[in-house]
Design a protein around this ligand. Structure first.
Ligand SMILES: Nc1ncnc2c1ncn2[C@@H]1O[C@H](COP(=O)(O)OP(=O)(O)O)[C@@H](O)[C@H]1O
Ligand code: SF4
Ligand SMILES: [Mg+2]
Length: 345
């Protein structure tokens, strides 16, 4: 089938994910909706604790599978397993096949998820064997694919280094091994959670470049989670900005990062401005101000707008009523009562 940009790889609708804690329910993800189209890279951008990782875990079905996670039955019922892939209803076996085959995950934090006792060729091959339920793959096919994939993430000297264990690599190389493991099954969608946080800028860029090459090669869709503006700008076609368990702005990366419409996005970007933004601040005489105060306690979130406790533009309605998530222009969404009244950027 010919790829069109309208074909949807992942559709997330009214996603909610709650944790249990001593303080009660932690509402980590609230009514989050977005789509990832075929071949597209979508970012989730926002402060630490905003709920980005929880969105990924919920898409991956973790809130059902692990007993320490809890999703209310009401939310499950309403969300029909929280997501729908290609509009099919899925049973558990089908769901498992999709995870690891059609959707793969690069988790946050490297060292924990790689096996220190097994070489990287074996670890990468395991993914293919695990999903080869009908014994269709020959050993040489698996090995060929493994080497190709390790090569694709530019590990270098793959013929020799495939026999090495994770501890013999640098953190950045281990990160690329994780990406290779997520790619070896040629998934439709890769979810990558802060894949470059542990490494320096130069290596970050090389890892992001490697991801870009693979995406082109495999026509891969991606959901990339990051709190780094540069990473999002470099890698994502569209981006959702998250705070306090909500997506508050969603649109073209260029628009969202260069002329953000939501007070949270503006404040978050201001707290770590790019060179381009510093120029604009000078030109337009914008006020430089990061985000005052702390993110809300998600076990007792604000009744109205999730940013109301910290927003410069807050009014009574913001504190009382949750704003509607509105499509302002085609493919451009905002969660704010006062979007139309805000000063231009
Ligand atoms: N296992 C857990 N139990 C209780 N609360 C959690 C757990 N994991 C995360 N949280 C809370 O859920 C919220 C969202 O966390 P997370 O999804 O990790 O955010 P992000 O990835 O954006 O930093 C935070 O308030 C965090 O403290
Ligand atoms: S709804 Fe009100 S408090 Fe929330 S971001 Fe908009 S102006 Fe600020
Ligand atoms: Mg996270």
């Amino acid at each position: 089938m010919v790829a069109t940009s309208d074909e949807i790889t992942l559709k997330v609708e009214n996603l909610r994910a709650y944790y249990t804690s001593k303080k009660g329910l932690v509402k980590a993800v609230n009514n989050v909706s977005f789509e990832v189209r075929k071949g597209e890279s979508v970012g989730l951008f926002g402060e630490s604790g905003a709920g980005k990782t929880s969105v990924a875990l919920a898409i991956l079905g973790m809130f059902d599978n692990l007993s320490r996670y809890y999703a209310s039955t009401a939310a499950n019922e309403e969300n029909k397993r929280l997501w729908a892939l290609k509009d099919e209803a899925l049973d558990d076996k089908e769901y498992k096949r999709i995870l690891g085959n059609e959707i793969t995950y690069v988790p946050q934090g490297t060292t924990k998820s790689l096996n220190p006792y097994s070489n990287i060729e074996e670890q990468t091959a395991e993914v293919l064997w695990a999903h080869d339920e009908d014994d269709e793959l020959e050993e040489w096919q698996v090995m060929k694919r493994v080497l190709q994939t390790l090569d694709l993430v530019e590990l270098g000297d793959v013929d020799i280094r495939k026999d090495m264990k994770p501890s013999q690599f640098s953190v950045g190389e281990d990160q690329r091994v994780l990406i290779a493991i997520a790619l070896v099954s040629h998934p439709d969608l890769m979810i990558a959670d802060e894949p470059t946080t542990a490494v320096d800028m130069g290596l970050q860029n090389r890892i992001l470049d490697a991801i870009q090459i693979v995406r082109d090669e495999l026509d891969l869709s991606m959901l990339l989670i990051s709190n780094n503006q540069g990473t999002i700008a470099k890698t994502c076609d569209r981006v959702g900005v998250m705070t306090a368990g909500h997506i508050v702005e969603f649109g073209d990366t260029e628009r969202v990062l260069n002329s953000p419409g939501h007070p949270f996005t503006r404040a978050f970007i201001m707290s770590n401005p790019s060179m381009e933004l510093i120029r604009k601040i000078k030109e337009k005489g914008l006020r430089i101000r990061g985000i005052p105060g702390k993110p809300p306690d998600l076990s007792n979130p604000p009744r109205g707008c999730p940013f109301s406790e910290r927003c410069d533009y807050v009014q009574d309605i913001c504190r009382e009523k949750m704003p509607e998530y509105r499509e302002i222009d085609k493919d451009y969404w905002i969660l704010c009562h006062r979007y139309e009244e805000l000063p231009e950027w």
